[in-house]
Design a protein around this ligand. Structure first.
Ligand SMILES: [Zn+2]
Length: 404
């Protein structure tokens, strides 16, 4: 009513002020899944929610309010949902695990993010390992329902953290960005990589054998010879990997991949992410990317091909540096933009000149524009790919009438 947001936080904030144990109270008696990691949380939460929808109503913080206030609001809004899927900020895993006693925790990846305020990523992995190790005590308590961990075996930091847990289902969810996992989190030796495989020469840490993986672009492989065709509307390999994680987690709730897959196929966009909007003859696709790992994944989603004879579609990059984006955007120098060569590239946002410097060094030709509308006017009718970080994305989405 105050127009200051979509209301996914305020209810929980007031509720927790009145009853500090409200999240615990609301989670009691429900079957809960948590989804955490640096990238892909919101999408994977949405996919898992769709999969568990085969069992009945599911409570979820589907708009990305991923701290306890958002979880409390989500559970309060769906009092009759037996199942809940909650996206959890990486720094809140300990609290939310303790308060919701989940049946499943899905862990996607860990990489640098929000440099000015987030914990350094190795420390965060350390913290996760401690939290997940504590699940052993819980598992040893008579009568307690054990928490099962679904974790990405392609990410060494996640593997190290998750291997402290008593029960882990390993998923090969991929890792395009490897700059935060060159050294072994356990002993500090340089990890050896060969194809998707990785191992530490200094200790026993190595890539576990996955139970779930992508057999090819359209097929998910799972235990007992499962080969499930999965066709998504969401673009990119990373979203197919998110679907594998969602199917693996859903299976722990008794949902068969064959029943879940059609539900995943229905997910088209998430609060504007991946949405395509028509405006002035331009077909604008919106991709959200908030940190270097996310930017690399977004480049993979950019259309390389255009109708016969036409050049590949132009790409608009927009980076802001406001509080929720993280004020320190120096990470944009860590990203390799080379795959954008061949596209017409436009840059805008608060940090457009930083981007310009980086692109020049990277030998990617670019044009600086002052605003999204200038970019729109500058490109010909047809496709436009937009990659933006958080507030830049929201500004453009607002410009397009809250695109969904
Ligand atoms: Zn090691």
């Amino acid at each position: 009513m105050t127009g200051r947001g979509d209301g996914s936080v305020i209810g929980g904030r007031i509720g927790l002020a009145v009853e500090p144990r409200l999240l615990t109270v609301l989670a009691r008696g429900r079957q809960v899944a948590l989804v955490s990691g640096t990238n892909g949380k919101t999408t994977t939460t949405r996919l898992l929610t769709a999969a568990l929808g085969t069992l009945g109503p599911v409570a979820s913080n589907s708009y990305g309010a991923n701290m306890p206030t958002g979880h409390t609001t989500a559970l309060a809004q769906s009092p009759n949902a037996q199942h809940a899927v909650l996206e959890v900020d990486e720094h809140y895993l300990r609290t939310v695990l303790a308060e919701t006693r989940p049946r499943v925790v899905a862990l996607l990846n860990l990489s640098r993010d929000q440099l000015d305020r987030a914990m350094e990523v190795g420390m965060l992995a350390d913290r996760w390992r401690e939290v997940l190790g504590a699940l052993r005590e819980q598992a040893a308590t008579p009568g307690a329902e054990p928490t099962q961990v679904v974790a990405n075996c392609d990410d060494p930091l996640v593997t190290w953290a998750a291997s402290a847990a008593p029960q882990v289902i390993w998923v090969a969810a991929g890792q395009r960005w490897q700059e935060d996992s060159w050294v072994c989190p356990q002993c500090g030796a340089h990890l050896k990589r060969e194809g998707v495989d990785w191992a530490c020469p200094g200790c026993d840490l190595r890539r576990p054998q996955p139970t779930w993986w992508l057999a090819d672009d359209d097929t998910v492989a799972g235990p007992d010879g499962i080969r499930q065709p999965v066709t998504l509307q969401l673009p990119g390999r990373v979203n197919r990997a998110n679907a594998v994680t969602a199917l693996a987690a859903a299976a722990l709730f008794g949902v068969r991949p064959a029943d879940a897959a059609p539900r995943l196929a229905e997910v088209a966009s998430i609060a504007g992410r991946y949405a395509t909007v028509e405006r002035d003859g331009r077909s604008i696709r919106l991709l959200l990317a908030k940190n270097p790992a996310g930017w690399l994944e977004a480049f993979d989603m950019v259309d390389r091909i255009s109708p016969a004879g036409a050049p590949p579609p132009p790409v608009l990059l927009s980076i802001n540096a406001r509080v929720v984006d993280g004020l320190d955007t120096s990470w944009l120098y860590d990203v390799d933009y080379a795959s954008l060569r061949g596209h017409r590239v436009l840059v805008t946002g608060d940090r457009r000149y930083d981007l310009a410097v980086r692109l020049e060094v990277n030998e990617v030709p670019f044009e600086v524009v002052d605003a999204f509308t200038d970019a729109l006017a500058a490109v010909p009718p047809g496709r436009l790919e937009v990659i933006a970080n958080y507030t830049a994305f929201q500004d453009i989405r607002a410009e397009l009438g809250r695109a969904n």
